[in-house]
Design a protein around this ligand. Structure first.
Ligand code: ATP
Length: 285
């Protein structure tokens, strides 16, 4: 599905005009101004899956964030805009094919990381509570309790229960189970599987982070199916050879001047992997 048809960054002339109108010159950092003119980025024409490729610092994340902020996409963590970000956005333009679905969002590694921290905090809370329940069990099992009147009924009930049950059974029955423990990669994959909904536009910034090669391939299947069968559009910044090889994806190479589209096997990073495995082929026999 196509929601966002194209996106045009501020032109070099727009950037110059903007600076000529500035009264103050007291800034040393004009980000994201001055990042893209030298790269000669054309109007980006999107497909159901479009990938932004480039070396570290080539501007993939910046481009994703500019698109996300211009479109007003939802994001799970705060984005710290620089002083000139808003001015820059006014100089960008885009075409929507159909109105933007309302749950469309950008996802960066911060969101995945937060998800993992939340799971851990939840389990930590449960673990802390377990200590309280252990203590409660021992107090009731071995405490010197005397029933006096109806106000003590609750304590009596707990005392009888503690004397009847083993510590582990008592704890189990009073405690919510820990959220299933997962590795970082498993949690990240679970996050994507839960987070991606039908018929939305998603911008993903290096979603391969913390995923093993096998899980990256699982993510590729999820993204391919979501785009093909469930009405999603994706714009992805990535270094992952598996994601770069996503079937039918259009890839913009931000390292080439002017920026052009390439096939996945033409990309230098993919060729590095190919050469490495070709050089070491004898070790696999
Ligand atoms: N908030 C910011 N303020 C100033 N400069 C920034 C800011 N964010 C990024 N930059 C600069 O913009 C350039 C592009 O960075 P960006 O993070 O977009 O690259 P990237 O291609 O996503 O890199 P990577 O693959 O390492 O994630 C870099 O030189 C970076 O230092």
């Amino acid at each position: 599905m196509l929601y966002l048809e194209d996106f045009t960054l501020a032109s070099e002339n727009d950037e110059w005009d903007f600076f000529l109108k500035q009264k103050s010159r007291a800034f040393s950092d004009y980000y994201p101004f001055q990042l893209f003119p030298d790269k000669q980025v054309p109007t980006l024409q999107f497909e159901p899956v479009t990938i932004l490729y480039g070396d570290n610092g080539s501007g993939k994340s910046s481009l994703l964030n500019i698109i996300a902020e211009k479109l007003g996409l939802t994001r799970g963590t705060l984005y710290n805009r620089s002083s000139f970000f808003e001015d820059y956005l006014t100089l960008c333009d885009y075409t929507m094919h159909v109105p933007l679905p309302e749950k469309s969002a950008i996802m960066t590694s911060d969101e995945v990381f937060n998800h993992m921290l939340n799971l851990r905090a939840l389990n930590q809370g449960i673990d802390d509570k377990r200590e309280d329940i252990f203590k409660d069990y021992l107090d009731h099992k071995f405490g010197d309790f005397h029933y006096r009147n109806l106000d003590d009924y609750d304590e009596l009930r707990k005392t009888l229960e503690a004397r009847r049950k083993t510590q582990s059974r008592y704890t189990r029955e009073h405690l919510q189970k820990n959220v299933t423990e997962r590795s970082n990669g498993e949690s990240a994959m679970q996050f994507f599987a839960q987070w991606i909904q039908d018929n939305q536009l998603y911008l993903l910034d290096e979603p391969e982070n913390s995923l093993s090669p096998a899980r990256q391939q699982e993510l590729v299947r999820l993204l391919a199916d979501s785009a093909r069968f469930f009405g999603c559009q994706f714009i992805i910044a990535t270094h992952s050879p598996f994601l770069l090889a996503l079937k039918g994806a259009k890839i913009y190479d931000l390292d080439t001047v002017p920026v052009i589209t390439k096939r996945w096997y033409e990309l230098p990073e993919v060729q590095v992997y190919a050469e490495f495995f070709a050089t070491n082929r004898d070790k696999f026999n």
